[in-house]
Design a protein around this ligand. Sequence first.
Ligand SMILES: [Zn+2]
Ligand SMILES: [Zn+2]
Length: 141
Amino acid sequence: MSMNVANCPKCGRIFVKGFNEVCPNCIKELEQQYDKCLRFLRDHRGCTITELSEETGVSIRQITKFIREGRISIIHAPNMSYSCEVCGTQIRENTMCEPCRSKLVKDVRNNNEDEHRRKERINQDHNVTYNIKDRLQDRNK
Ligand SMILES: [Zn+2]
Ligand SMILES: [Zn+2]
């Protein structure tokens, strides 16, 4: 049986990869960070994400992750917000702000419409490349 060994993306230590993406040490650390954030938020509902990060020593990035994963709820913390994945606007739900989301939806729709045409264009590009290659080979003969 081969073991799936990987480097932990957080600390670089080698660990046996199972269901978790990070090593057991980092999982433990994450749980402690999560506890700290939860406890601080419970006592300081009016804090911002920056205050929470400064008081707990947990990075804003990690706190954002907890919120996005749904582990930390900010429904009762009116001043908590985090950055939109795309433009950095402060938001309180989803991973993107409303403008970025509607733009993405529009882009996806456009992509679908263009897909057929794009595929044709790619085929044409390939043909052009082959033609040039053929011509170069002809010249070398
Ligand atoms: Zn680790
Ligand atoms: Zn945005």
